[in-house]
Design a protein around this ligand. Structure first.
Ligand code: C5P
Length: 236
């Protein structure tokens, strides 16, 4: 049986060698690696190639594109040259923007971010949404899938509602989860465990610091942590 759980490891570091080491020591247990703005603005396309050339790691390129359709189409086409598995755009960029990204990068799973999980209900209203986070995120997910997005990023608390709205084909990816060993140990009250998020309808969970904080130079501890969290998901 595979030891790789549907985990997307958030490789949030501006140290290229550290990124490579995290990936090398966790790839037995993790299916996808997320390289975001912190990584990309330090190392650019060459940095992504440096990660992918020596591994068959799938990449979640988290650039959260948000611009006019023509600009996003060109950006998505450029990003596609790096062969990421997922590429993120903001769903609030609108249906035409999402369609443009899908058309420009047909081999990449265009992944629409609904509402950042860091926003409170007050923040959601203050930026102009007229409904609460749950309903606004669900509407955005429907808009994005109608425009051709293959995947949606949302809070674990919105997963069940969004799964119900978009059907079974669309991939749902959720950050903001905390493994069993950490629940109650920090200030995250509105959270779920990775296994709960998957039961609620998510296909992948994004996990960063719960795994990467175990890093020490031998790599043994980060591998152990990834294995434990992978087992927690696969055995649930
Ligand atoms: O908190 P953690 O280190 O597990 O975060 C992993 C990734 O998930 C980060 O790269 C961040 O972009 C994203 N995240 C999020 N919403 C949260 C917490 C984290 O989108 N509430």
């Amino acid at each position: 049986m595979s030891t790789k759980a549907p985990i997307i490891l958030a490789v949030d570091t501006s140290d290229l060698e550290l990124a490579k080491a995290w990936i090398a020591h966790t790839s037995e247990f993790v299916q996808v690696f997320k390289l975001g703005l912190e990584f990309f603005l330090n190392f650019g396309p060459q940095g992504i190639r440096a990660i992918t050339e020596n591994t068959d790691a799938k990449i979640f390129l988290d650039l959260k594109l948000h611009d006019i359709p023509n600009t996003v189409a060109h950006a998505a086409a450029s990003a596609a040259l790096l062969k990421p598995f997922f590429l993120t755009v903001h769903a609030s960029g609108g249906g035409e923007m999402i369609k443009a990204a899908v058309k420009a990068a047909p081999a990449v799973k265009i992944t629409a971010v609904t509402i950042l999980t860091s926003l409170s209900e007050d923040d959601v209203r203050n930026v102009g949404f007229t409904k609460d986070a749950l309903n606004s995120a669900t509407n955005l997910a429907q808009l994005a899938t109608s425009a051709g997005a293959a995947a949606i990023v949302c809070s674990p608390l919105e997963t069940a509602s969004i799964r119900n709205a978009v059907g079974s084909e669309t991939l749902i990816i959720t950050p903001g989860v905390r493994p069993l060993s950490m629940v109650g140990k920090d200030d995250q009250t509105r959270t779920m465990t990775p296994a709960q998020a998957i039961t609620a309808g998510a296909n992948f969970v994004v996990i960063g610091r719960p795994i990467t904080s175990a890093w020490e130079p031998s790599g043994v501890e980060i591998g152990k942590r990834a294995r434990e969290i992978s087992a927690e998901i696969l055995n649930s």
